[in-house]
Design a protein around this ligand. Structure first.
Ligand SMILES: [Mn+2]
Length: 222
């Protein structure tokens, strides 16, 4: 069982489902666990999730757009009011806010393995990874021509991403999208490498209402 890499997300503070998923994949200390970002914020229990993360030595995390926003404000010495749920996230974190932000401050935007690349949202495949902005890496869905970025991605390195909540994971030969909308009552999904096994556990309930699972209209959608 050693040598597994398990990429999962987006957790969004869904601690129960995260525990369900870790049980389902039979996670062990020899596994390399990688969060695809948006580990916290929006959901019911960001505190328990970050507490678990900080003590889990075999866990690595990339920044999601939610952590990026919280980090920006933390670095500036302010509290975010950009999202309606930010106040609730601060309330959940409580006295763990400072240590949590010091921990999150060290997360990278991407994690590259020998045969895979983990990024929260995506990147423009026509430009090198080093030219992508933090906003792109944590927020990109579509290219300027309207295509999902991964449809233009031609490299063999497996790109594993989250951010774009869909009913089913995105499954392509060189890209896997893991966000199956747990916080919206969907499911929480993990990808086990190198076998490329996908495993999902259902959300206990919908914590946030999702207006539509339909693809956003092409025009201007990002
Ligand atoms: Mn996201």
């Amino acid at each position: 069982m050693s040598g597994r890499t398990i990429v999962f997300g987006d957790v969004h503070g869904c601690f129960q489902e995260l525990q369900d998923l870790l049980r389902a994949v039979k996670a062990q200390p020899s596994d390399r666990l990688i969060s695809v970002g948006d580990l916290i914020s929006k959901g019911p229990d960001s505190r328990s999730v970050i507490e678990w993360a900080m003590k889990t030595k075999n866990l690595e995390c990339v920044l999601g757009n939610h952590e990026l926003r919280l980090r920006k404000h933390w670095r500036a010495g302010t509290l975010s009011t950009e999202k309606s749920h930010d106040a609730e996230t601060y309330r959940q974190l409580g006295d763990l806010y400072e240590p949590a932000m010091r921990y999150i401050d060290q997360w990278p935007l991407t994690i590259s393995g020998p045969v895979f690349l983990v990024v929260h949202a995506g990147f423009d495949p026509s430009e090198g990874l080093e030219w992508q902005t933090a906003a792109q890496l944590t927020g990109l869905r579509r290219l300027e021509d309207g295509r999902p970025w991964y449809e233009a991605y031609r490299e063999r390195t497996l790109a594993v991403f989250g951010h774009w909540a869909k009913r089913q994971p995105v499954l392509r030969p060189n890209a896997v999208g893991l966000d199956t909308g747990c916080v919206y009552g969907g499911s929480l999904t993990a990808l086990i490498l190198p076998e490329r096994i996908l495993l999902s556990v259902p959300a206990r309930r919908a914590y946030v209402e999702k207006k539509s699972w339909e693809e956003p209209a092409l025009a201007g959608a990002r």
